[in-house]
Design a protein around this ligand. Structure first.
Ligand code: FAD
Length: 477
């Protein structure tokens, strides 16, 4: 008999518990994808995510076909599509892997209840996390708000961890079953400029094979020295697995297993531990979003509800979005994002700090832009990253610790490789003028006349204003 395997953000065959469960039960898995972005509202995938999804679904279908199966694509209300598919295939069961965003949880709960009341066995599984949010709690029995104790507890559960492999062959789903083509889903609407995403694909190969390749490259290369090099945006010092992890093209268990089983020299112990703890931040973000679902829009720290944010000025916001702030490290980051769909973590913090502290705009404006333009846009990680940088979140950087984009450039991009690459009009400036070119007016006029001669706001004054604004909420506790 048949069993539906409903693919969502688990677009892989290896270590896919929903697929494996159908196989283990002796069923013919019928792989299904249902396009229903409005069910994730207000966090339906943004433009960069849709562009990625388009390719990832094509890759999944090709991988399934290479094993004798195929992806059946439908679109519409998920519950009614699943009901139709169940009756068309006479499916004996439905399997899926769990999601943790509030809208998805509500939808999945409704579907589970709807189908169960009709006698259809529905089973959900964990494909995306090392530790699901409800499986770790503080000594008092509540959720964690601080990373270090969370991770201390959670990482103990990684011993003896297992990760499944991909089935070599799959039985064929019923031939009569009709489906759409990926191209019919309109995932690549011309929302931005024509071919805005064209530059992405020099950097990325969506799909499971691309994810595994990225992991190999990392393990053979940047893992050595990760702890020190991960902060330097001018080099490939990190794994770049974030979009693959977001779409479930690779399982975090597969990554951890590779780290645990590798025959590593003792010298890289600190790199391994640090990399694992970054995966831990991903777990922590999901823990927070699950237990505090309102934080996708509200400040986790409620005293910031009264914070005097500045009303957004479209000109300021659009200068930030398109990398025309006159602050080179911020502009480099925003242009890297626009061109590749990704931004280095260090620069994400600097660009986010500039928006929320120097421009003093609510972090939601920045989070929305990232949501639309990041290929790894992820509600849990994006929310946590923005609230952390804005100082409004759990275990956040204290509000008064404001990043200086000039000092950060000097420290993490001292030779200016990153700035020169993404802000090429500054390429001819000497190193000493790259981080704060407005302090070298003559050089700037001569060598980079098209770059803004002043930053959008004075860095020192805006920093003082942010600290003064903070004084107004600080007293409330
Ligand atoms: P690596 O350094 O190789 O880390 C490995 C993996 O660990 C990453 O792929 C990611 O899954 C996880 N990870 C690493 N750092 C973090 C972190 N700080 N928080 C949570 N998980 C982390 N990450 C996203 O995946 N999606 C987002 O939408 C997102 N938005 C962010 C917004 C802001 C303002 C900030 C400051 C950070 C954001 N991050 C987000 C976290 C981080 O910047 C990216 O995960 C990281 O840059 C991805 O690159 P990598 O895969 O090479 O990371």
């Amino acid at each position: 008999s048949n069993a539906l395997v409903w693919f969502r953000r688990d677009l892989r065959l290896a270590d896919n518990p929903a697929l494996q469960a159908a196989l283990d039960a002796g069923h013919v898995p019928v792989p299904v994808y249902i396009h229903a972005p409005e069910e994730e509202a207000p966090w339906a995938p943004g433009a960069a995510s849709r562009a990625w999804l388009h390719r990832s679904l094509q890759a999944l279908d090709a991988d399934l076909q290479a094993r004798g199966s195929r992806l059946v694509i439908r679109q519409g209300d998920s519950l009614s599509e699943l009901e139709k598919l169940i009756s068309e295939t006479q499916a004996a069961a439905l399997h899926w892997n769990r999601l943790y965003e509030p809208a998805s949880i509500a939808r999945d709960t409704r579907i589970k209840q709807g189908l169960k009341s009709r006698g259809i066995p529905v089973e959900s599984h964990n494909a995306a996390l090392l530790v699901e949010p409800w499986t770790v709690q503080t000594g008092q029995g509540g959720p964690y708000r601080v990373f270090t104790p969370f991770w201390k507890n959670a990482r103990q559960r990684l011993e003896g961890l297992r990760a499944g492999s991909a089935p070599k062959r799959l039985p064929e789903p019923p031939v009569t079953l009709a489906g759409l083509d990926v191209g019919d889903l309109g995932l690549r609407p011309p929302a931005h400029e024509p071919d805005w995403d064209a530059g992405f694909w020099e950097h990325w190969a969506p799909g499971e094979a691309g994810a595994l390749e990225m992991l190999e490259v990392f393990l053979d290369g940047a893992l050595r020295g990760y702890k020190a090099e991960r902060d330097k945006p001018g080099r490939v010092g990190t794994s770049r697995l974030s979009p693959h992890l977001h779409f479930g093209e690779i399982s975090p268990r597969t990554i951890v297993k590779a780290l645990q089983d590798g025959d590593w020299p003792a010298a890289i112990e600190a790199d391994l531990t640090h990399y694992l703890s970054e995966l831990g931040w991903r777990e922590f973000s999901h823990h927070l979003l699950y237990h505090f679902p309102q934080t996708a829009q509200d400040n986790l720290n409620p005293k910031f509800e009264d914070f005097p944010w500045v009303d957004p000025d479209e000109a300021l916001l659009s200068a930030w979005k398109r990398g025309r702030t006159g602050v080179p490290l911020v502009d480099a980051g925003m242009r890297e994002l626009w061109t590749t769909g990704w931004m280095h973590n260090r620069v994400r913090m600097v660009a986010a700090s500039f928006l929320t502290k120097n421009l003093r705009l609510h972090w939601r404006h920045g989070a929305d832009w990232f949501w639309d333009t990041l290929v790894d846009a992820d509600l849990a990680n994006n929310t946590q990253g923005w609230q952390w940088t804005a100082g409004t979140g759990a275990d956040a950087a204290p509000y008064f610790r404001i990043f200086s984009p000039v000092a950060q450039a000097g420290r993490f991009d001292p030779a200016g490789d990153y700035i020169r690459r993404w802000v090429p009009e500054l390429a001819q400036l000497p190193d000493k003028a790259l981080a704060a070119p407005w302090e070298h007016a003559d050089l700037l006029r001569e060598k980079a006349p098209e770059y803004p001669d002043q930053p959008l706001v004075d860095l020192r004054e805006s920093r003082e204003a942010a600290l003064a604004a903070y004084e107004t909420v600080k007293a409330d506790g």
